[in-house]
Design a protein around this ligand. Structure first.
Ligand SMILES: *Cc1c(COP(=O)(O)O)cnc(C)c1O
Length: 356
């Protein structure tokens, strides 16, 4: 039976990425060696890193004056590296979920942190709109897609200070105006590749302004000067990321991907609004994530939760269980998820409804 992978992360990858990476795991670039056993300084691997960086710049139209890095430590290490490198004394944070809260916690080591707004009062089921960003803040930190709670900021905000964005779970899902950001970061394991690589896009000019001494590995300039090879990168993870970038370009880039993502999300939310057994956890359509669709059993049908989970699993739907802080279900429908799998889930939901 075909498996439909709805896991939130690590999560679905394009068939192309898996095939190419599987091949390179045995024979990389005609070397007769695995991509896991060649030097990261070999000309073959340096070419992989260079091409991955170039494709990130091309696909996201990264302007001059930005560096693209493939690091390790996940988005979680970027929570710390962002303020360490970019916060002089005051930073603003928009708290839209658990990851945003974790990011804000790290900034508190470096100065005054202003929480401009939080949606914690409603278990993060909306994106706060009316908030003021202090004009003297060094940056506003946002989490564009809230993987756990199913909300998303789908446009590049207009604020009086540069932004830093955690785009772990929606990078490459739509075009972005990189010039509005001093830094963008993303753990690879949602929309790009396997875990083990972290993509960082950083404005060179924003660095070296804090007056702070930064330990070597935590200093972005170390990684910029060494082309992401100060320490040994996860070669197979970067290789897999490159394959996804090649696949994405072939699909028509982020502009084409956004269209497909809107189509998939619209299909699934329409079913949730129609089907009497389920309700989406995010009431406002404009706040609903295109990447992580969260839903629970409708009032009066709560007792069917376990049964639906088993029914869906029996039909090949994998990873639908919601995060423990929301409950219910979460369908993660990242770039690599085909429309057919979303339709298959909708069919299962409709069949379950008909059975009850
Ligand atoms: C998954 C996720 C993280 C955590 O990523 P790690 O790579 O495990 O550190 C952070 N932020 C968001 C938005 C995520 O989805």
């Amino acid at each position: 039976m075909k498996k439909h992978n709805f896991y939130a992360g690590p999560s679905i990858l394009p068939e192309f990425t898996k095939q190419k990476t599987a091949e390179a795991a045995v024979d990389f670039a005609g070397t007769g060696l695995s991509v896991m056993e060649v030097s990261h300084r070999s000309k073959e691997f340096v070419a992989v890193m260079d091409e991955a960086v170039a494709l990130v710049k091309e696909l996201l139209k990264v302007p001059e004056g930005y560096s693209v890095l493939f690091l390790q430590g996940g988005a979680s290490l970027s929570f710390l590296m962002a303020p360490y490198n970019l916060m002089k004394s005051k930073a603003a944070y928009l708290v839209t979920g658990s990851w945003a809260s974790k990011a804000m916690k790290e900034a508190k080591y470096f100065g005054e942190v202003v929480e401009v707004a939080s949606s914690k009062d409603k278990n993060f089921n909306y994106i706060p709109k009316a908030f003021e960003v202090p004009a003297d803040a060094d940056y506003l930190h946002i989490t564009t897609n809230n993987t756990i709670f199913g909300t998303e900021i789908k446009t590049d905000l207009d604020v009086p200070v540069p932004m830093i964005a955690d785009m772990s779970s929606d990078i490459f899902s739509r075009p972005i105006d990189v010039a509005k950001y001093d830094m963008i970061y993303a753990g690879a394991q949602k929309n790009l590749g396997p875990s083990g690589a972290t993509l960082v896009i950083i404005k060179d000019e924003a660095l070296d302004k804090t007056g702070r001494t930064i330990p070597t590995m935590l200093d972005f300039q170390t990684h910029i000067k060494n082309d992401s090879m100060f320490n040994t990168p996860s070669t197979i993870a970067v290789y897999a990321c490159l394959q996804t970038l090649i696949w994405l370009k072939d699909k028509g880039g982020v502009e084409a991907m956004e269209k497909i993502n809107i189509e998939k999300a619209d299909l699934l939310y329409a079913e949730l609004d129609r089907n009497k057994l389920f309700v989406p956890t995010v009431p406002a359509a404009e706040d609903r994530s295109r990447m992580n669709v969260t839903f629970v059993m409708a009032e009066g049908y709560e007792a069917l939760e376990k049964e639906f989970n088993e029914f869906a699993t029996s039909k090949g739907m994998i990873g639908l269980k919601g995060h423990r802080s929301v409950g219910g279900f979460r369908a993660s429908i990242y770039n690599a998820m085909p429309v057919e799998s979303v339709q298959a889930l909708i069919d299962v939901m409709a069949e379950f409804e008909a059975n009850h």
